[in-house]
Ligand binder design. Structure first.
Ligand SMILES: [Zn+2]
Length: 186
């Protein structure tokens, strides 16, 4: 028997209104961060079109060079660790120095889970911008146990780091939510 507490049953549209539900407040982004977060959201849609859960991530240098991009490929590969951010770290960490990665920003269409937050920590990436937050995502996931995430915020993982990891989000919530509409029914 599961010891997990029941999930508060929010409907997806309700989850988008943060006012009286105690949901995280959306953070405004500048043009540059908005542009790359939208690129991550586009990757989420691309991954979804291939039958995966809709998550995407992109890593960008301070000189606006895209160092890597990935979408969640768990359905395509059968690899439960195939989340977008972890896949992205796996792709870029052999190719760039830890010093280069420390200067980069990782954009993720959704708030990183505990595994991805750990991978981001090990990569030495120190700035993260994400779209839809984990709480709103739970409204899309529904109450199915096999779709439940670990309810530990990426910020708790980053806070355990010996150096600061800046974490910005939720942002572009409405745009980031679009990728998830109808994607968790099966
Ligand atoms: Zn993850």
């Amino acid at each position: 028997m599961s010891t997990l507490a029941p999930v508060t049953p929010l409907s997806a549209p309700d989850a988008l209104a943060s006012s009286d539900l105690g949901l995280p407040t959306e953070v405004p982004l500048d043009e540059r961060d908005g542009r790359y977060l939208r690129a991550a959201i586009a990757l989420a849609d691309r991954g979804r079109s291939r039958g995966n859960r809709p998550f995407g991530a992109v890593l960008v240098s301070p000189e606006d060079e895209v160092l890597g991009e990935a979408w969640c490929n768990t359905s395509e590969t059968g690899d439960c660790t195939g989340h977008a951010e972890t896949g992205l770290v796996r792709e870029v960490s052999p190719r760039y120095s830890r010093e280069q990665l420390a200067q980069a920003t990782l954009y993720s269409s959704g708030e990183p889970c505990v595994m991805c937050a750990g991978a981001i920590f090990w990569s030495n990436v120190r700035r993260v911008v994400y779209g839809i937050d984990a709480q709103r995502l739970r409204a899309f996931r529904g109450e199915r146990l096999d779709q439940r995430d670990a309810e530990l915020s990426c910020r708790d993982v980053f806070a355990a780091s010996p150096y600061p990891i800046e974490c910005i989000g939720p942002a572009l919530v409405e745009e980031a939510s679009q990728s998830h509409r109808g994607a968790w029914k099966l």
